[in-house]
Design a protein around this ligand. Sequence first.
Ligand SMILES: Cc1ncc(COP(=O)(O)O)c(C=O)c1O
Ligand SMILES: N[C@@H](CCOP(=O)(O)O)C(=O)O
Length: 547
Amino acid sequence: MSNGTNGQTTDAESSEARNASQRYLSTRGEDYDLSFEEVVLKGLATDGGLYIPEEIPSASNWQSWKDLSFPDLALEILSLYIAPSEIPRDELKGIIDRSYSTFRAPETTPLRHLHDNLYLLELFHGPTFAFKDVALQFLGNLFEYFLVRKNEGKTGTDRHHLTVVGATSGDTGSAAIYGLRGKKDVSVFILHPKGRVSPIQEAQMTTVLDANVHNLAVKGTFDDCQDIVKALFADPDINSTLNLGAVNSINWARILAQIVYYFYSYFSLVKSSGLTIGEKVRYVVPSGNFGDILAGYFAHRMGLPVEKLVIATNENDILDRFWKTGRYEKKPARGPEAQGGLAVDGVKAHEDGVKETLSPAMDILVSSNFERLLWFLAYEFAAVAGMDDEWNRRQAGQEVAAWMKQLKTTGGFGPVYRDVHSSAKRDFESERVSDSQTIDTIKNYFKKIDYVLDPHSAIGVAASLRSLARSKVPHISLSTAHPAKFAGAVDLALKDEPGFNFEEKVLPPEFLGLEAKEKRVTEVENDWQKVREIVKKQVEEELKGQA
Ligand SMILES: Cc1ncc(COP(=O)(O)O)c(C=O)c1O
Ligand SMILES: N[C@@H](CCOP(=O)(O)O)C(=O)O
């Protein structure tokens, strides 16, 4: 283990200065006792696992945070996971303040009352109009902070250069690019599935012409892009020579930053409704890679009064099927969909099993962050045996490693032990929403309250309505993107509605003329070794230019 503090302290000293919630381990058990800086810069663990804190901190004083601004609340929450010996509090505050100064809404993530007990948490007021900005503005500034510190007094090839590689189904890519464009000592490579992101999302990424930004259009699906990224991280050659960094939600900092808006929206609700602090609410989260809702799980475990976290999937429903059956399986669709034809809803399914839906950012077959939840479930299961913490952690790591191996070799695993499934059902419920239900929801809310939902947020609202039929507590439904990013789906739902005009009602001035701007993008085969060569060559050129 390295000390992660620019050589100022020994390993033992820096480890001691960190609480258990500020020390990190891998979900597959082989990597442990890492610092926050190490896990942020490494992204993916050496054993292929994802980093998690050794312990989720209990925030006994959370109620005292009620009147804090978004950045001040972020400082309180993030400080529990980042030791001041790693980032002094005033410097962490500086990083946070810079990150949220770019948001258009004064509250950063405003809460809107839709009707009755249903509230919408608008997460799309950042630079790229999607919830990813909340974490990626922070991560971009965090990378910069670590690099400036590492490179102090260094010149030429002695400088630490970070090569960021990320996979996107549309939103992570542009948010990462906006968070990292023009930053010193960083090259960014974003892989998107060619033709499977919306035209605005594609333009947001490819019209950024900064020299350190590279868009790669992969002939394949989002899962193929994600697999290529993971294969690059697993390759010792490129990983160590190019210092790979992750911007996807495999990077722990992504999950961490998202915990903040669960608390913030709870306090907004307390202040704007009759809710008494301490009463329970439900959060409903449009889900794909399981990163957003996992942040809600952390908030809940830290003490936030959550009755249930409701997972809302589109027709790519691996998560929904797990909650219903206890089995986690990619399982290609049966029937006409499996032949690549049109299914009931007009949804196109590809041979690989991924369906092309109207909510493309959630067209994901394998949800990478689910692995983090599995670790906590396996830990809880192991703890029943009454052994010590170290034993429980080892057991959890072994269990997760075995499940992941089975997923890789057979395409699925399960059913998991009954107690593991029950623990998952204690905290979560799930709903699957079809394309036609998505369209109906967009239509209904436009007619009912003159509000335009994007298709992903509409999935959350449709799931919320079902959940409201089971529970009377207030529901906070997460709105994950601005509707202008998904003009096709919105237009399909609303084009015949009297009074609807996309340009006037939906399009923000920032998107005007975007698609006509100059673009830069490279088409690549669905082959990780070919991608590796492109990345290597490009970084070498950039480094030569700097030497
Ligand atoms: C607009 C939008 N909604 C929902 C999701 C799903 O979030 P998660 O992958 O964190 O589950 C994504 C992307 O992942 C997204 O871009
Ligand atoms: N929907 C995402 C897919 C990548 O997920 P991530 O949260 O792991 O980065 C996207 O829009 O790119």
